[in-house]
Design a protein around this ligand. Structure first.
Ligand SMILES: Cc1ncc(COP(=O)(O)O)c(C=O)c1O
Length: 467
């Protein structure tokens, strides 16, 4: 039987699985049963998509699965052909291959952390006195040595390097919770970018804080919009990410930082500055907090540049504030478990931290190059040191509809809605996380499917959508 005949009988499943999976399974079965001979050319993706009433991306993903399973092979510029089934392992391990390709989660890529951890734990276990110290209760703000080395680390953002301005946390989200619980009261307003970090939004919901979205441009929050909001709302707090903003990748210039700092000073506000993504940069711009040493709380962590499981972060603020945050820490968990900051501290001291982060930068560069190649012709925003891409969708796509079509084709992304603050409409845009796929092959397939779906929008007939 040829594929053309098979296609008319191809089922799209009963809706319990994604369509690409049902198509891949039907075609795989036909090849394995010998219904389709070796060497047969699979129909062009566009034709098959049209006949099945699905997107081209759905068919691309189904073909990619057949390729992964060794059942088909793609010839550049020609098409996809059935392979000899001798290539196929006895039991097809389909689970991983059929799982959606994750371009949604924002997670640091895997580097040489395992080897570095072994070295750190080996040398730590040789030091009985230090072992005793890190396995015991410690001050709420962290061990003095951890704070000193943390302060040294934060000098990359232009900060003072004073250890008594630094407190160790279980990552930036924990730091944010310590700060907000100390400074804000239920019902208070917090100003932030109109698209903002979802962790802030969860915290605001749980604390009953009201988030107010501030207009942004290519450099992030605009001073005029911040000024307007400061005059309109009864608030003292601004949360923002001036460098490599998540999700848009925007970075404020020095002039913009000066202008925002001037508004903050004029209205007696406090800034909670998120530097989590900035830590990947080889030479970050001075933090906004350097203009506002007494009106700022800077949050940093190693989650986005190393591994979220390390769960180590810092708050940098005036010492009087830190003693207040210590009360929040005490109420939560007495202290941060000192074992993990000990690992981070050693890595900073030995230079291993810089090496591991340089690996992330290198992988980011490679993955970005792949994205620029595959997404050629599409307008998107990115930064050479940022593993996230912001894609304003071309007409006629709407973000929810596009993400749905992409999900059917086996690829996950985040829509702008996920980051939207309040009820103002989010733009028709999506975020791609280049760092989420486990390897570049998966990323390549994911990006190809993304491109094929975005290039083949639905045709709208009298208000009804058809593919
Ligand atoms: C902008 C931003 N800030 C903070 C965090 C949380 O970082 P951590 O894992 O250190 O709590 C994230 C994680 O997604 C983030 O994107």
């Amino acid at each position: 039987m040829s594929f053309e005949q098979l296609i008319s009988t191809a089922s799209l499943g009963d809706g319990t699985k994604p369509k690409y999976q049902s198509i891949a399974e039907d075609l795989a079965q036909a090849i394995l049963n010998g219904q389709v001979p070796m060497g047969e050319k699979l129909p062009p993706q566009r034709n098959l998509a049209r006949r099945l009433g699905v997107t081209t991306g759905t068919v691309s993903r189904a073909y990619a699965i057949l390729e992964n399973q060794g059942l088909a092979t793609a010839r550049v510029g020609d098409g996809t052909y059935v392979r000899s089934i001798e290539h196929v392992p006895d039991t097809l391990q389909t689970d991983d291959r059929l799982a959606p390709i994750d371009l949604a989660h924002n997670v640091a890529m895997v580097g040489n952390e395992a080897a570095a951890l072994k070295v750190a734990f080996d040398s730590l276990s040789d030091d009985a006195e230090l072992m005793r110290q890190v396995l015991s209760y410690q001050s709420e703000t962290g061990l003095r040595r951890h704070r000193e080395v943390g302060a040294q680390w934060l000098q990359r953002f232009g900060l003072s390097g004073q250890w008594n301005r630094v407190m160790v946390t279980h990552g930036a989200q924990h730091g944010l919770a310590c700060v907000l619980r100390t400074i804000a009261r239920p019902g208070e307003a917090v100003l932030t970018e109109s698209l903002s970090y979802p962790g802030l939004q969860s915290l605001a919901r749980s604390m009953r804080l009201q988030l107010i979205g501030i207009e942004t441009d290519d450099e992030g929050m605009t001073p005029a919009s911040l000024e307007r909001a400061a005059k309109t709302f009864d608030t003292k707090f601004v949360y923002c990410a001036p460098t490599l903003h998540n999700p848009t990748g925007a970075t404020m210039s020095v002039q913009r930082r000066e202008a925002i700092a001037a508004v903050v000073r004029a209205h007696g506000l406090y800034v909670i500055e998120d530097c989590v993504h900035a830590a990947i940069q080889a030479k970050p711009l001075p933090a906004l907090s350097t203009w506002l040493p007494d009106q700022s709380f800077l949050l940093s962590s190693f989650s986005k540049v190393l591994a979220p499981g390390l769960r180590v972060g810092y708050i940098e603020a005036a010492p009087t504030w830190l003693s207040k945050f210590a009360a929040s820490m005490r109420a939560d968990s007495w202290m941060v478990a000192p074992l993990l900051p000990e690992i981070a501290t050693r890595w900073i001291e030995t230079g291993e931290m810089e090496t591991l982060i340089a690996q992330q930068r290198k992988q980011t560069t490679e993955r970005l190059a792949l994205a620029h190649k595959i997404l050629r012709g599409l307008e998107f925003k990115t930064d050479p040191e940022f593993p996230l891409i912001w894609v304003p969708l071309p007409e006629p796509w709407r973000a929810g509809q596009f993400a749905g079509a992409l999900r059917q084709a086996g690829v996950l992304v985040r829509t702008a809605d996920h980051f939207g603050v309040g009820r103002s409409p989010a733009p028709q845009a999506v975020r791609i996380s280049l760092n989420a796929p486990a390897n570049t092959e998966l990323l390549e397939t994911g990006l190809q499917i993304f491109k094929s779906v975005i290039d083949n929008p639905p045709v709208i007939f009298m208000g009804r959508t058809s593919w």
